[in-house]
Design a protein around this ligand. Structure first.
Ligand SMILES: [Zn+2]
Length: 88
């Protein structure tokens, strides 16, 4: 069996790279492998501080959503009834 030399998961018989890794390799050919490596490290790899920011943001979104659900604004119902009575 021949495996892709980059992902080492897909089987390849004709070329060294599978279809997905060929795309990655083409990007590396254009931008350079160091640039691609830097982008992957900066975007995909998070340190503990950055992970905590993400956790804090998700918790805030959940809290805001719960607050929105608890505050039921029924003013639209009275407005809607008012409109109906006017039109009739
Ligand atoms: Zn591959």
């Amino acid at each position: 069996m021949f495996y892709c030399v980059l992902c080492e998961k897909e089987t390849c018989y004709v070329s060294k790279f599978c279809d997905d890794c060929r795309i990655i390799k083409n990007i590396m050919n254009v931008y350079g492998y160091k640039e691609v490596k830097d982008i992957l490290e900066k975007v995909c790899i998070r340190n503990e501080k950055q992970r905590q920011y993400k956790i804090d943001n998700v918790e805030k979104v959940i809290e805001d959503k719960v607050d929105d659900e608890n505050q039921t604004d029924k003013s639209y119902i009275t407005r809607s009834k008012h409109k109906q009575s006017k039109s009739i």
